[in-house]
Design a protein around this ligand. Sequence first.
Ligand code: 26Y
Length: 818
Amino acid sequence: SIGAGASDVGLSKEDIKKAFLHKLFYHLGRVPALTTPNDLYTAMALTIRDRALRKFVRSIEEFTQQDARGVAYLSAEYLPGPHLGNNLLNLHIVEETKEALAELDLDLDEILDQEGEPGLGNGGLGRLASCFMDSLATLGIPSIGYGIRYEFGIFKQEIKEGWQMETTDKWLHSGNPWEIVRPEISYVVKFGGRTEHRTNGQNRYEVDWLPDSEIKGTAYDTPILGYQSNGIIMRLWKAEAVESFDFSVYNIGDYYRAVEKKLRSENITKVLYPNDENLSGKELRLKQQYFFVSCSLQDMIRLHTMQGRKLKKFHEKFAIQLNDTHPSIAVAELMRLLVDEHEIEWDEAWDITRQTFAYTNHTLLPEALEKWTVSLLGRILPRHLEIIYEINSRFLEELRDKGYSGDQIARMSLIDEQGEPSVRMAHLATVGSFKVNGVSELHSRLLKSQVLNDFADLWPGKFTNVTNGVAHRRFVAVSNPGLANLISEKIGFGWLTNLSSLSELEKFAKDEKFQQRWRDVKLQNKTALTRFIEEQTGVKVDPDMLFDVQVKRIHEYKRQHLMVLHIIDLYLRIKDGKTENIAPSTFIFAGKAAPGYFLAKLIIRLITAVADLVNDDEEVNKLIKVVFLPNFNVKQAQRVYPAADLSEQISMAGKEASGTGNMKFALNGALTIGTLDGANVEIREEVGDENFFLFGQTTEEIQQTRREGYRPYQYYEENEKIKRVLDFLVSGELANGDKDLFKPLYHNLLQQDPYQLLKDFDSYCAKKEEVFKVWNDQEEWTKKSILNVARMGKFSSDRSIQDYCDRIWQVKPVKIQE
Ligand code: 26Y
């Protein structure tokens, strides 16, 4: 084995202290007496990165030596969250580090608090990718996560006069100690131009792609350690100008134009599109997708052939997982690389391709299903459009042979011919993959019966389910040390690697002493959040109140406004003096709205308006308070989940593919109020109906209601409470007398109510009454909370990854001897 000896990266307190001081001095040119908080953080991060790298280098050696089959996870988004705390846990050196710093009069928590996070994703999909990285690493699966190194991640959200304001996220501003640039790992990616078809001397049909621009992608690697394991890498591509292309001798006279070209090239990885589940069809987004997919496939081909392996065996070496359709142009790109660049015949190339890819769908929302117009795709990727047409014509031919009708064929075609012709990326991904999965039982079922129905009939064996999971080490062990210690004290540390062993907690559910300690931990976490809330918003809240929390992207289908309508109802009741049965509650919201999504932004404005009204009213604020925490991200999430009593998972049934926040809350002892949507269904199955506050229509009932012609206005007319709450929106009592502000929401609910809030409203309110009742019996509540945690073992992303390995990838862990 090459590289650093273990002695250079020791894990004792003394080793860490020495290394830390060394980094401070030789890397940053600082002495302890003259440092900024960022220096201290950076020195510690570099100290830990060395230790991570030492492990990681061993795992690359083993993966290579053992010639193991591996996984490439392709995702346009990642949300890793802060690395330092997680890596300390993974290396088992939290205490050693704390003590080393204490001897220098420094505080680990302050240093941890310095770390920002790479906001390279929008929400659930990006965070899932990072949970999967953690579990792949922990399980020792030979794997690599490919993505885009956006210079500006998801915008930073500020609240100004109640509205969301976006500012740029300069996450690289004070440096990124976790990444390693690999200038030698870079590839050229072509764009635009035209193709030339000809038959060569050996009578082989050949296609040349003559692009009109080229861009270079360079690898930036971040080691992802995994718990007591050797880790994997997340490899993100940054776009740069191709030197020879722009700075050739011919160009030298026009230096400024050459530089401008360089700037334009770098544009590709400049910024993450902040749209979540709502597509905008932007040219630059397609370029981003193709750019990272092409770099990644070229990289895999290099890794594969490097050791003398045959390209025709590519699919034996790699399973490539497509994280939604965002990387699905990979299907055409692999075909292009195999056929055009490596001269493999079409049929064989197609076999290889279809045995390589697997596709995960994350949404049924029509507005989130990616489509690219034929004209745009043809302009940016002319060769790929030809390949897609070729794939399509062979596929449709197959259908015709099977006797499919014209209607069916039009429905299944990769090209949508209604309106402007466009490529249906979900169809491309489905046709080009050997497995397709949804992310919860319900979602996978709906995927098969709705969006990809025809394909499921054609290839029933292709479809499967892998229910999502979360990195429980990050979201419990790192972010809720109080709870983690209490759990470990009772049942040992086994749950860190085998979450199912949480079931051993069941026997303590009714133990009064244990219950008291359980509550003490929650109270401590709530007290900490209380301080944070005051710091961030100026609002003082009382940690003894019920903390009722909804944090996630703001979207109508998620129904943040349903929670608001209920809060308004409570407000009106309190004003009427009818305060019986209301448990003192703090309602906490956080989440970003897509900058162009007007109604979502208006929902934020509504929350802040209700917050102002409620929090300033002496009569009301003793019983309820409302908080909107700005700039929800992974770091903030880690403060919020541990402090929640009640988790709001109230999307309209059939719309939330899985949800993963629901899992993080329940694992931290929150009870859930929720609909039968996404993974809520499975959570309820696991924790027991009696420990889950269920309300609302089922997916089937929702559809039934719609079929029968849903008339929300009827609910307004016939239901006194609904009328009062809705009228309140436009009464002028909110937002300093502005009666018009919330009219768009008001009209939306009265006229369409596409997510059937009004129909589910009574059921929601009734369930809230029950929540209050149970809350008033703290022993009962605590018992349910303990049982929730004890029964959440299924929802670790370790289990999800194991499912992917067994059901889809056929990959096994690699054992690494130190
Ligand atoms: C096409 C583009 C506009 C687009 C960009 C981002 C489309 C979708 C997305 C993001 C989707 C997303 O985050 N989906 C969520 O994936 C989670 C992980 O599977 C699920 O838990 C969650 O229910 C689903 O909404």
